[in-house]
Design a protein around this ligand. Structure first.
Ligand code: DLL
Length: 438
């Protein structure tokens, strides 16, 4: 590992590795991982035996498609520690993602895993434009959520001065950013928007803070929100993807150079795209569900984990020089897709069409209810501060027309006063589902 204060690359020997060499490394690691999972996790032994497959059937990377998937329900069924490949005493850390239904998903790390994660997060932050010596204001939540501590360890490894503020208390966040001179803001894009809004209201001049990088992620957000955040906060914003089951943040990141597609770290993870309905692998470049296999994890190896996230793999090399595959900005999760009168709708599509309409605030939510036997959609969106109530009806018409013509769905649009949509310190709740509420 080495830091590079001037620049561009953090680990050039790994990140720009020729594809042939990278594939050889992946095959070696994958073969070891499959044997390791089989020998140490009874779940994988059963899965592979049932499918009559073993690591000796792996001759090419493409042979991975013959192995069964791992799904969230398998982690839930094994709650809390049933999928670990090491005795519980070997875990130095546990995180969990809060499930919306039922028990949370528990994940664990050996000391070796924490070391790998720290290195990968250092690489991820460097790719996003963070440099050793930066003051990094970490507003990701600390606790069972992987965002806070994952970023903290990576930033420490990179050589940043970490401010472990966590989420919430926006007034204090801004005071500390000003007083300490933050260079990097780490947060969900929703929370970063709240910070921008608070700064506006309090009359804080963001250019008085030497912010340079916005390290944002953990939820879907559109390039329109990126533009808004870059302008209002005065920084370059990158999108960062990860999930607890695979590691946490650090699974894929945009480079600050191109801000175009998230570099997956292929020396540690294998990325596949499948048809979410049939489970069949899709040809290169097609959009579908992302499936990830870990190549180096010790405590919780994952074979073909179905993320439920919708994206596309980009094979063309990036202008930054890195050779690893890129993931297109996520459209959302399969589970978040609404079907309104036969039309598939992702909240991100609504966001892409609302943000930028003059007179609207970038705070919205989708309310789904049942109208007889059909589902119906209402979009609640805030007016920008200072907009007169008698302009609401016209704004609603403009937004409704925009959504109908671009997304193809008929919905009602309700313009609300600024502050109506609940503000969050972490991930935004974009959908209010009233269908099963009487
Ligand atoms: O959200 C890890 C993380 C923390 C990523 C900080 C980036 C920054 P979980 O709480 O387990 O982990 O949630 C994982 O969040 O399957 C996606 O559905 C969604 N998600 C995460 N990053 C993005 C992103 C963290 N950049 C789930 N774009 C994932 C869209 C994202 N969705």
């Amino acid at each position: 590992m080495r830091g590079n204060s001037s620049g561009h690359m953090y680990q050039p020997e790994l990140e720009t590795m020729p594809r042939a060499q990278l594939k050889k490394l992946q095959l070696e690691r994958l073969s070891n991982l499959l044997s390791y999972a089989y020998e140490n996790v009874p779940f994988y032994k059963n899965q592979f035996d049932d499918a009559k497959i073993s690591s000796s059937d792996l001759n090419h990377l493409e042979d991975l498609a013959k192995f069964p998937f791992t799904e969230k329900v398998h982690l839930r069924d094994a709650y809390p520690f049933g999928l670990f490949a090491v005795p519980r005493e070997k875990l130095v850390r546990i995180h969990a993602s809060s499930g919306t239904t039922g028990k949370s998903t528990v994940v664990g790390y050996t000391a070796g895993d924490i070391d790998t994660w720290s290195n990968l997060m250092a690489r991820t932050l460097a790719c996003s434009g963070v440099r050793p010596g930066d003051i990094l204001h970490n507003a990701f939540g600390y606790g069972l959520f992987t965002g806070g501590l994952g970023t903290h360890y990576g930033a420490t490894r990179l050589g940043c001065t970490v401010v472990p503020i966590s989420g919430g208390d926006t007034e204090k966040q801004l005071l500390i950013m000003q007083d300490f001179g933050a260079n990097v803001l780490c947060a969900t894009p929703s929370y970063a928007l709240n910070i921008a809004e608070y700064a506006d209201k309090a009359g804080i001049d963001m250019s008085s803070i030497p912010l340079r990088v916005g390290f944002f992620g953990a939820e879907p957000w559109t390039t329109k929100i990126r533009d808004e955040l870059q302008t209002r906060l005065g920084l370059t914003a990158t999108d960062n993807y990860g999930l607890s089951e695979i590691m946490g943040p650090g699974v894929a990141t945009e480079c600050s150079h191109a801000q175009n597609g998230l570099h997956g770290w292929e020396d540690h993870f294998l990325y596949e795209i499948i048809d979410p309905d049939s489970g069949e692998p899709l040809p290169s470049g097609e959009q579908g569900e992302l499936v990830i296999t870990t190549l180096t994890k010790q405590a919780l190896p994952m074979v073909r984990y179905r993320t439920r996230d919708i994206t596309r793999l980009i094979d063309e090399p990036c202008t930054c020089g890195r050779t690893h595959v890129r993931l297109e900005k996520m459209t959302g999760r399969c589970d978040d897709m609404l079907i309104i009168r036969g039309v598939n709708v992702f909240p991100s599509q609504v966001e892409a069409n609302l943000v930028g309409i003059e007179g609207l605030n970038p705070f919205f939510r989708l309310v789904v209810s049942r109208d007889g036997t059909l589902d119906s959609l209402a979009v609640e969106v805030e007016a920008a501060p200072g907009i007169n109530k008698n302009e609401f009806e016209n704004l609603a018409k403009i937004a409704q027309h925009q959504i109908k013509s671009m997304v193809g769905v008929s919905c009602s649009v309700l313009i609300k006063s600024p502050g109506y949509i609940p503000r969050v310190a972490g991930k935004a709740q974009r959908v209010l589902d009233l269908r099963n509420k009487g």
